[in-house]
Design a protein around this ligand. Structure first.
Ligand code: IDC
Length: 469
């Protein structure tokens, strides 16, 4: 067919629903969730059966909600669907496109690879502190990061100490819930997600070691079955703490995660705000697999010396991930150093080192990607970005970067926006990959009730240019 029909139950005025659909795959699975109201949360699953089955029957079922809602409906397919041998744009597919499917990651030598051993390079953005700017953890934004910003990873930075940090008066339950939500939004959007214990103000990660162990125990239990979660156990040790102390902290926290999740990738920070990768390279953690080491840079401050240190540490066999960087000064402010930033990007691309820019906020500082006057939390246009945000956006969506991922330049927002029956909706490609000579595509459908009433029993039809299975 060339169209997908989606049916759902109630959606209140002004509320969003997000649905994830996959095409050309055997199983289509998705969920629709009303993110704006706890009370009217609903989940919808759309599933088709394998081609070999007698006929396809998209089913729509709803999970119980706190409010009474209409009975789930089963809608028979309008017509029989046939497999179509029309894999699109096969010739444009590159190896890197496989990375977009949230395959299990592992570390092989210095390299992050997927379960088939293909090199994976993660590129994305980090939140600011989750207590400071919780509003940027939302489905629409994460979907935009994937679909518009061409990202394949997002990092959730939870400060352990500063500003209502987890261990200094922050609301632990709210912060954990925000992380759980963020992990789910990331999965829906086809993004890997880094759960970051953001050691900064306390300097020594051992300060809140017991809290970190309890936190990672709970999180790794929660996410044991999730293939897209990466744990970062200490953002930036600093204040004179040496590698031996950081390593001993890591050797206590890693087994806590490993007890629940045998092989998730774990990132260990290095001394001097995650710059001393040479120290880690001289004495790496040998007790566990799938460990990476953080190198962080702010390009206007950290230049060739630190780049050389990265190259040497890689040469000495240390798997490095740039789980945070900035294109300005180390204080997150000052001017943008485009030349140094580009030198870093070129080197990281050459070495296939992953990189995650900081930060998703509208704080009045150079490193914030959103303009300080912009209060949106999603639906960003280029005008809503800071100068630094625009630089990052342009870099992440450069022709080269677009080619190495699956994002279609012509599937950005608004191109296919449909407005009818009091609803506004569009399908944005969020992920695609190739396997067994088939092309798979995953779309996120955003539907918004733009009327002033609740809409019951809505139905939308999505048309695609090419036929699919
Ligand atoms: C900064 C934020 C800033 C906040 C400060 C808190 O940009 O708004 O007030 O933290 O201490 C890092 C840290 C990262 C810093 C960033 C810029 O990991 O948390 O963010 N930076 O100073 N390492 C090097 C630079």
């Amino acid at each position: 067919p060339k169209e997908v029909r989606i049916f759902g139950l109630s959606v209140s005025s002004g509320f969003f629903i997000n649905i994830l659909i996959g095409i050309m795959c055997i199983l289509l699975l998705g969920c629709a969730e009303n993110h704006d109201s706890e009370d009217t949360k609903q989940t919808t699953q759309i599933m088709t059966e394998p081609e070999s089955e007698i006929e396809k029957k998209p089913q729509v079922t709803a999970e119980p909600t706190k409010e009474p809602i209409a009975e789930p409906t089963t809608v028979p397919a309008k017509e029989e669907t046939k497999p179509v041998e029309e894999p699109k744009k096969e010739e444009q597919l590159t190896e890197a496109e496989g990375n977009e499917r949230l395959k299990k990651l592992q570390v092989d030598g210095t390299q992050l690879v997927d379960e088939d051993g293909n090199p994976v390079q993660l590129k994305g953005l980090s939140t600011h502190g989750l207590s400071w700017f919780p509003q940027y953890v939302n489905q629409e934004l994460f979907t935009e990061l994937s679909a518009d910003w061409n990202c394949n990873v997002v990092r959730l930075a939870m400060y352990s100490a500063e500003y209502n940090g987890y261990c200094t008066g922050g609301n632990k339950e709210e912060l954990k819930q925000l992380i759980k939500d963020g992990v789910q939004y990331a999965e829906n959007a086809g993004l890997y997600v880094i759960v970051d214990w953001h050691v900064l103000g306390e300097g020594d990660p051992n300060t809140y070691k017991e809290e970190a162990k309890a936190f990672f125990d709970e999180m790794s239990k929660e996410f044991a079955d999730k293939q897209h979660v990466i744990y970062e156990i200490c953002n930036e040790p600093n204040g004179g703490v040496n590698w031996a102390s950081v390593k001993s902290y890591a050797l206590e926290v890693i087994p806590v995660i490993r007890a629940n999740d045998e092989d998730a990738v774990i990132i260990v920070g290095t001394p001097t705000w995650s710059q001393d990768v040479d120290k880690a390279a001289a004495d790496p953690i040998t007790e566990y697999d799938n460990i990476m080491y953080a190198l962080h840079f702010y390009a206007a401050t950290h230049k060739e010396d630190l780049r050389n240190r990265m190259v040497n540490a890689l040469g000495n066999g240390l798997p490095i991930i740039v789980s945070e960087y900035g294109i300005c000064s180390a204080d997150g402010n000052g001017g943008i150093d485009a030349q140094q930033s580009q030198a870093w990007i070129d080197l990281m691309d050459e070495k296939n080192v992953s990189y995650v820019a900081c930060n998703l906020s509208n704080k009045n500082e150079t490193s914030a990607v959103f303009a300080s006057g912009c209060s949106k939390t999603n639906g960003f246009t280029k005008d809503d970005l800071s100068d630094g945000g625009r630089w990052l956006y342009d870099m992440l969506t450069s022709e080269e970067n677009m080619e190495s991922t699956t994002q279609d330049a012509d599937t950005n927002h608004n191109d296919n926006l449909v407005v009818e029956n009091g609803m506004e909706y569009q399908a944005i490609i969020s992920n695609s990959w190739e396997s067994d000579n088939k092309k798979y595509e995953q779309y996120c459908v955003e539907l918004k009730n733009i009327s002033d009433k609740e809409i019951n029993g809505w139905e939308i039809e999505l048309e695609f240019e090419n036929a699919f299975q």
